[in-house]
Design a protein around this ligand. Structure first.
Ligand code: G3H
Ligand code: 13P
Ligand code: ZN
Length: 330
């Protein structure tokens, strides 16, 4: 049993309380490898932003839980070494069972998500409550979910989105005791969040997606004043990376994200955690493709992962400063 406190990490409690009050959102960035983690920590230290390091089931399978835990410990030491102590959370993204959540809690995670959103309501309540009881006994915070996002949630494929029903939120939060609630208001996972027929095109031919359901968010806020809300599927799919990937030999079609303006607006509301994974994948892939295309003889991974890491850092800094408003809040 390793407590997150031994690793220099914090849970989300104080972080979320400050974010809701201050009208900004904490970045929740997924990581699977050292370069992603370095860039997240460098960007968040430099912008003095609190951060949530997210580990999905896929990341656990890819990188190993022991390694990830020690990487998070290293990240907290690295941040201090860079000269500014920021609050760091190690969070399980889309936990699929009580056992997965327990294993993470026992291995140094300070926050877990139990994603029971695809189960019938009563099963979601029972499962989430069970996780909360175990987590709270270890001072670990829990994110639950109501409503289903379109797209792929790890192993769970949701064909169509089901918006969160505001009528359910009070009952769910009071029965389960969750610390935050992920909701579905029109975001979805991945780099293809909308079908072209759902979008309009601007003068440059860029696909403009339908707006998020801020009316549902407002209703939820009215029912749960000051309660921390989480937005998944919040990559904005920067077109410059989509273009770079295509220019340097990649194949991407109809890649559409959530416009930054919408995320800026959400960050000012009760939304206090914004999940971003796909944008990191796009930035990294774009820069690796460019570097290798321009330097075909290069075979030292540091020579193409280094520029990718630098590009990632730039992108995360921009998000903290210009989109989420978390810069300067650590
Ligand atoms: O919400 C899903 C995340 O983007 C994780 O994806 O399972 O491929 O790591 P992954
Ligand atoms: P994106 O695919 O939009 O980056 O969403 C990531 C996410 O919600 C992780 O839980
Ligand atoms: Zn998600």
């Amino acid at each position: 049993m390793t407590s997150y406190k031994e690793l220099g990490l914090v849970n989300t409690k104080e972080m979320f309380a400050k974010a809701v009050k201050g009208g900004y959102a904490i970045p929740a960035y997924n990581f699977n490898n050292m370069e992603q983690l370095q860039s997240i920590i460098q960007a968040c230290v430099e912008t003095k932003s609190p951060v949530i390091l997210q580990v999905s089931k896929g990341a656990r399978d890819y990188a190993n839980l022991n390694l990830l835990r020690n990487m998070a410990k290293g990240a907290s030491e690295y941040a201090k070494e860079l000269g500014y102590e920021i609050p760091i959370v190690l969070h399980l993204d889309h936990g699929d069972s009580f056992e997965t959540c327990k294993e993470c809690i026992d291995n140094g995670f300070s926050s877990v998500m139990i994603d029971g959103s695809h189960f019938p309501y009563d099963e979601n309540v029972a499962l989430t409550k069970k996780v909360v009881e175990y987590a709270h006994a270890h001072d670990v915070t829990v994110e639950g979910e109501l409503g289903v996002l379109a797209g792929i949630e790890d192993d769970v494929v949701a064909e169509h989105s089901t918006y969160t029903q505001p009528d359910e939120v009070i009952d769910f939060v009071s029965k389960t005791g969750v610390d935050s609630l992920a909701i579905s208001i029109g975001t979805s996972h991945g780099a293809n969040k909308f079908k072209p027929e759902q979008c309009t095109r601007n003068a440059d031919g860029i696909l403009i997606p339908p707006p998020l359901r801020f009316d549902i968010l407002e209703e939820i806020e009215t029912k749960l004043p000051g309660f921390p809300i989480v937005l998944h599927g919040s990559s904005s799919v920067p077109q410059k990376y989509v273009k770079m990937i295509i220019e340097f030999g990649g194949k991407l079609k109809d890649s559409v994200g959530i416009p930054e303006e919408q995320l800026r607006l959400a960050s000012k509301s009760a939304v206090c955690k914004i999940n971003i994974d796909s944008d990191g994948r796009l930035a990294m892939t774009a820069m690796i493709r460019k570097t290798l295309a321009e330097n075909p003889g290069e075979f030292d991974p540091r020579k193409y992962l280094g520029p990718a890491r630098a590009e990632l850092k730039k992108m995360y800094m921009d998000k903290n400063i210009n989109v989420l408003g978390s810069a300067g809040k650590a």
